[in-house]
Design a protein around this ligand. Structure first.
Ligand code: 5GP
Ligand code: ZN
Length: 115
């Protein structure tokens, strides 16, 4: 399934729900988290609907590489100069709330709300 009509992040990809976008290309979308834990908190998502990390297969490897490679550039563009944190929650015990693969990227001066 490339898109799930009931998925909130697929709706953001489709423009049906607004988001504060910071980057968009053919495969990835990045937007500010609606409840930030840190002064800068963005979510990097594939446009393709992949429900969670456990659904990642070998064909997704280049996509995941692009998500990781994009993070430092995003943080630099958003003015983060003192390091950042990336988090990928998977499944109930991993604290995943939205079942569309996403990578949290957080930075900015501490203290932060979480972590
Ligand atoms: P998870 O716990 O699944 O790793 O994180 C989901 C994240 O998505 C949460 O940090 C939550 O604040 C964020 N989020 C949930 N719904 C929306 C939304 O409609 N818009 C935006 N921008 N972020 C959302
Ligand atoms: Zn989705």
């Amino acid at each position: 399934m490339s898109s799930d009509p009931n998925c909130i992040f697929c709706k953001i990809v489709a423009g049906q729900i607004p988001a504060k976008k910071v980057h968009e290309d053919d495969e990835l979308l990045v937007f500010h988290d609606i409840h930030p834990w840190a002064p800068v908190h963005v979510l990097v998502i594939p446009k393709l609907h992949i429900a969670s990390h456990t659904d990642v297969t070998a064909e997704h490897v280049p996509l995941l590489g692009r998500m990781l490679a994009l993070a430092p550039r995003l943080m630099k563009d958003l003015g983060v100069t003192n390091g950042f944190r990336t988090v990928l929650n998977c499944g109930p015990d991993g604290g995943q709330e939205v079942y569309h693969l996403h990578m949290h990227v957080m930075g900015g001066p501490r203290p932060w709300l979480k972590g």
